[in-house]
Design a protein around this ligand. Structure first.
Ligand SMILES: C[S@@+](CC[C@H](N)C(=O)[O-])C[C@H]1O[C@@H](n2cnc3c(N)ncnc32)[C@H](O)[C@@H]1O
Length: 353
């Protein structure tokens, strides 16, 4: 069986951006195709005009380079009209045709209200499916297998059964980083930076790059959720904002509050990190972040781009080209991702290479 489609899960409302992004990525590889993406469905599916090209695309497109997709799964056609009395058998048949050994089985749903409603159906189904796969000789716990088996329900009687390369897909089911809100953080925004650290760095890199005593500037810091994350890592933070910073953070002695404009503030000495969550036009923020890197005011930066209501993909492309222009067309590392905790926004990581 050929799994030549590419299923991309995303935040509901961003299906069009997913479609534009995968079409652009496919175009760069010379793959032509079309996308099925229903507004607010929480997913999009790319189909190449030629099956072999779709398989090539899935092999070469780098999930971590994509901004809007939260998860990426190679899929054959939708498995529709599942009998209500036995959904398991047709799913097992497709799974068996796709492979015999998988690292894991993930049953996923669109991250929408309709998707959530399907959980009452899929939860009891899971143990039956696992047993049926085992009976059919399909292993779903092979630690050496490169692929994971995915079943993505889009309705009570329809699902995509597909596979994902463990090294080239999301690390959590549905690409959702489930983080607990720390009770002492002054704002929920803290979860965005916490997730960015998980998304952009592995554990070793996190420990090395956000180490005790390192310095950071937080632009648009009030009330202090991002600063809180850095303070937790025993870093020294200059929090820049006309608004107030949580008193408990100031009491740590690790935070200096500067009531200044984030676009005018200059650090007296270069810092390890500049982080920025100012609510401003994305292109202004992208320019500012690139200037901090270009002038070596910081070694690396994490910043959030608040996207406009329309032409959001175009805005991402524009921000990338602004950064590229300021940094002279190369010699830097840039990743952007719409994190689970991002709403109408994306988070970016930029550093010199
Ligand atoms: C989304 S909030 C930041 C939340 C913060 N990251 C947290 O975790 O608590 C945006 C902040 O940007 C600040 N801001 C917007 N424009 C600014 C500017 N030009 N200079 C400094 N701060 C600015 C606002 O005052 C506001 O406090």
């Amino acid at each position: 069986m050929i799994a030549s489609g590419l299923l991309l899960q995303c935040r509901a409302g961003f299906e069009k951006e997913c479609a534009q992004e995968i079409t652009a990525a496919a175009g760069e590889m010379g793959v032509e195709g079309f996308v099925k993406a229903r507004p607010d469905s929480g997913f999009a599916v790319f189909h190449a005009h030629q099956d072999e090209m779709g398989t090539e695309l899935a092999k070469h497109v780098e999930f971590r380079r994509l901004v809007f997709p939260r998860q990426m799964v190679r899929v054959p056609e939708l498995l529709a009209a599942l009998p209500e009395t036995d959904r398991v058998t047709p799913i097992v048949e497709v799974a068996r045709a796709l492979g015999r050994r998988f690292r894991a089985l993930w049953i996923e749903l669109p991250d929408t209200n309709d998707g959530k409603a399907l959980a009452s159906l899929t939860r009891p189904l899971a143990p039956h499916l696992e047993k049926a796969l085992a009976r059919a000789g399909v292993a779903i716990d092979d630690a050496k297998a490169a692929d994971r088996l995915h079943v993505f329900f889009v309705g009570g009687r329809a699902c995509y059964v597909g596979t994902a390369d463990v090294a080239n897909s999301a690390r959590a089911p549905m690409g959702i980083a489930r983080l607990r809100m720390p009770s002492s953080s002054p704002s929920r925004s803290t979860l965005k930076l916490a997730e960015a650290l998980l998304e952009f760095f592995d554990e070793r890199e996190r420990e090395r790059r956000f180490a005790p005593g390192m310095t950071a500037v937080d632009l648009g810091a009030s009330p202090g959720g991002w600063t809180w994350q850095l303070v937790q890592r025993d870093m020294i933070v200059t929090a820049v904002d006309h608004g107030a910073i949580d008193a408990r953070l100031l009491e740590t002695g690790q935070v200096k509050h500067r009531r200044d404009d984030g676009f005018h503030f200059r650090p007296a000495e270069p810092v390890d990190w500049m982080v920025c969550d100012m609510v401003e036009s994305p292109s202004r923020i992208a320019r500012l972040a690139a200037q901090w890197i270009e002038r070596a005011w910081c070694r690396a930066t994490l910043f959030n781009l608040k996207l406009p209501m329309k032409k959001r993909w175009e805005e991402v492309v524009r921000c990338r080209s602004i950064i590229d222009e300021i940094l002279g067309g190369g010699g830097y590392y840039l990743r952007m991702k719409q994190l689970y905790h991002d709403r109408e926004e994306v988070t970016a990581y930029l550093a010199r290479q």
